[in-house]
Design a protein around this ligand. Structure first.
Ligand SMILES: [Zn+2]
Length: 424
């Protein structure tokens, strides 16, 4: 099912591609003017449309009905249909991760490239994860790229361009693909919901978009998991069943507490998350990303991660950024990696982060330097309100007992915005 949605809604024309307009425009213009290159390098994160555009290009150059001055494939002629179904012998999709050796490149690609296509106009080699090829395989490929036969088109795709020899890169026309902005992903998902006649709340779609981190393919497979719940109208409450418990709302609530200097609230929130089954190591790592983004906002670099959050979250982050003192932020950021590491090794996963929060807030009032201690035991001068420290110590004692692990995972949206301090 997850794959089915992705395949079903894979764009059949350049006009249907979500985002990547800089690539689509240039490639379309080349098709229109008949100036398609012999080798392309598509660089970018996974799931953002590299192989989708590669296949569209393979179709368009081979389309029997495409007229001069047009870019789109007709999707009806035998070339378009066979390429669309993956049965065209002249269009080869090679996963370099599983064929890294020089022999395969020689036989499967270089030898084959010498012969004219059997039925299509052009032989197209789409080599995915091309950075996985061995050095000798790259050398063999380079010879063909230096003098490509007229009837051959190479489309190399990679998530890691720095692993590709400069000699190969210089022979290709390079396009850098971007993460798809959250708003574009949400819109694309909404269109799919309409076509599938399934009503999904907007905040669910925004949450999927945020979680997919710019990878449309991941967003589509999350949407199909949501569809699989079987309901015709899906709310956040239902959808939360398929999301792992690590919600940005939790991170935002915690950061709000820290930026307001409220260590008692921050630590209570953290313990509630932990009690409800949140993976604290994962949470801390995610927190680190968000804190880094807040720093970018303070530096005036909102553009750095434009599209990573939906507009409501962007506003929320900007508000948090206004409240944070710069030195608190940088110290927090510096110490978070070791808190994250300690969380996975500690009997009390949240302990390192608790101490870090206390140190940060103590540091901001005393203007001291601090860092999360590697053994999980922080400096003795932490102060976060004496009554809280006692409560917390009791709580941690309790958590060492096995029965406290029996808590179910929380549902999304159940993150407490302002828990009462007299509980627990
Ligand atoms: Zn066609």
């Amino acid at each position: 099912m997850a794959d089915a949605i992705y395949r079903k809604y894979r764009p059949k024309t350049f006009a249907d591609v979500t985002d990547q307009s800089h690539v689509v425009t240039t490639v379309s213009n080349q098709l229109k003017s008949g100036s398609v290159s012999h080798a392309y390098l598509f660089v970018g994160p996974r799931g953002v449309g590299k192989t989708t555009i590669a296949r569209l290009l393979a179709k368009s150059v081979n389309c029997e009905k495409r007229k001069t001055g047009q870019a789109e494939p007709c999707n009806e002629c035998s070339a378009c249909v066979s390429i669309g179904s993956g049965s065209c012998l002249d269009v080869a999709e090679i996963d370099a991760a599983s064929h890294t050796g020089v022999d395969h490149v020689r036989e499967g690609i270089i030898e084959s490239a010498r012969f004219r296509p059997s039925s299509a106009k052009m032989k197209v080699f789409i080599i995915d994860e091309v950075h996985m090829l061995s050095a000798s395989a790259f050398n063999a490929l380079l010879k063909t790229l230096e003098e490509p036969p007229e009837h051959v088109l190479f489309i190399l795709a990679t998530t890691e361009a720095h692993k590709i020899p400069e000699t190969i890169i210089s022979r290709c026309q390079r396009f850098d693909f971007r993460r798809v902005p959250a708003e574009s992903i949400a819109k694309c998902l909404k269109d799919i919901c309409k076509l599938e006649k399934i009503e999904v709340d907007d905040d669910v779609l925004s949450e999927i978009a945020r979680r997919s981190d710019g990878a449309l393919r991941d967003a589509q497979s999350m949407l199909s998991q949501v569809f699989a719940l079987g309901s015709k109208k899906i709310t956040m409450d239902e959808a939360s069943l398929v999301f792992p418990a690590n919600d940005a709302k939790m991170q935002f609530a915690l950061l709000n507490a820290i930026s307001a200097n409220d260590s008692a609230l921050a630590i209570r929130l953290l313990n509630e998350y932990s009690d409800s089954g949140v993976d604290i190591a994962d949470f801390t790592e995610h927190l680190q990303n968000i804190v880094r983004d807040i720093l970018f906002i303070q530096l005036g670099g909102l553009e750095q991660f434009r599209g990573k959050y939906d507009s409501a979250s962007e506003k929320e982050l900007s508000k948090i950024a206004e409240k944070f003192e710069r030195n608190v932020l940088t110290s927090f950021l510096r110490a978070l990696p070791s808190a994250s590491k300690n969380a996975s090794n500690s009997a009390i996963p949240q302990l390192a982060l608790e101490l870090l929060i206390l140190d940060v807030l103590n540091g901001s009032s005393n203007n001291k330097n601090f860092s999360a201690d590697d053994d999980g035991g922080g400096p003795a001068n932490s102060s976060g309100g004496s009554d809280l420290s006692n409560q917390n110590a009791e709580k941690q004692e309790k958590q060492k007992k096995p029965e406290s692990n029996a808590n179910p995972r929380p549902r999304l949206g159940s993150a407490p915005a302002s828990p009462r301090l007299d509980r627990g």
